[in-house]
Design a protein around this ligand. Structure first.
Ligand SMILES: Nc1nc2c(ncn2[C@@H]2O[C@H](COP(=O)(O)OP(=O)(O)OP(=O)(O)O)[C@@H](O)[C@H]2O)c(=O)[nH]1
Ligand SMILES: [Mg+2]
Length: 250
């Protein structure tokens, strides 16, 4: 439509899109409020994006759910354990055209969502993942975790021949239309590497990894370095050599 002045005017509502930020949370009362507050809603709104925040709570025993609700998030309770399980449930309930993810522990730069989304749209990506090694705040990743992440990322690169530097990063952007093309079987921590490998090796999807700042965690560490590391490695091998089967969904 042309205005009297001759410039193009857009009826705003017709061009608005929805971004869903999905956050899995298990006993994260120290971080969840600040993560939700960090969402740069005004900057995103100016870019034409509304935001819904979905917190997928694993029956936290602390105030996580209350705090998230008070901050305006939609809270979904998922009693079935697991990081991947939480994401599968969150993705199924998210309404956005694009889905973004982050932990509830303040490690990921949620305030950078406008820049990440701008790049995502400019490059017409279907999936964007982030590389935490590019800018690690001091103390953000203990040596043990850094070595483990390096081993897992290298194994993923070698086994799948994809140039992913950080196979364990938990901040992604995903176009809803790409979701159906990804075979996501993992219920636990391996979900993180699985979603990247699925996206990067799909011939019809455009995927990219971009550097981010990774910050020191608030709240209690849940990761069991050794158990989770081994589970991730076994998962990689099984996925590479064809032994994974989709776990019950719903
Ligand atoms: N709903 C749900 N959330 C979970 C579960 N396990 C972990 N989470 C959440 O998933 C996110 C990632 O888990 P983290 O413990 O931070 O794992 P990590 O980032 O690899 O490890 P850190 O370096 O300690 O942060 C956090 O927001 C957790 O609260 C679960 O079983 N259910
Ligand atoms: Mg974390």
């Amino acid at each position: 439509m042309l205005t009297a002045a001759g410039s193009t005017s857009r009826p705003e509502a017709a061009y608005r899109q929805l971004l869903s930020l999905v956050i899995p949370a298990l006993n994260e009362e120290q971080g969840i409020g600040a993560v939700i507050d960090e969402v740069p809603r005004d900057a995103l709104r100016k870019m034409g994006w509304d935001v819904e925040v979905l917190v997928v709570d694993g029956e936290s025993a602390d105030r996580t759910r209350d705090i998230a609700t008070q901050r305006g998030a939609r809270v979904i309770v998922e009693p079935r354990k697991g990081y991947g399980r939480a994401y599968k449930t969150g993705f199924a309930r998210a309404k956005g055209d694009v889905i973004a993810t982050a932990d509830a522990d303040l490690t990921y730069p949620v305030s950078d969502l406008p820049q990440l989304l701008e790049l995502f749209e400019r490059e017409k990506l279907d999936f964007l993942t982030t590389d935490r090694f590019a800018d690690l705040e001091q103390g953000a990743m203990r040596t043990k975790h850094r070595v483990g992440n390096w081993v897992l990322s290298t194994a993923a690169r070698v086994l799948f021949m994809r140039s992913i530097r950080d196979s364990q990063s938990g901040m992604w952007l995903l176009r809803r239309s790409a979701l159906d093309k990804l075979v996501l079987t993992a219920d636990g921590m391996p979900f993180s590497e699985e979603i990247k490998l699925e996206a990067f090796r799909h011939p019809a999807l455009r995927s990219q990894e971009v550097p981010i700042r990774y910050r020191v965690r608030v709240g209690e560490v849940k990761l069991q370095s050794w158990d989770d590391g081994v589970e991730n490695l076994v998962f990689l091998l099984r996925k590479r050599f064809g032994f994974t089967r989709p776990e019950a969904d719903g």
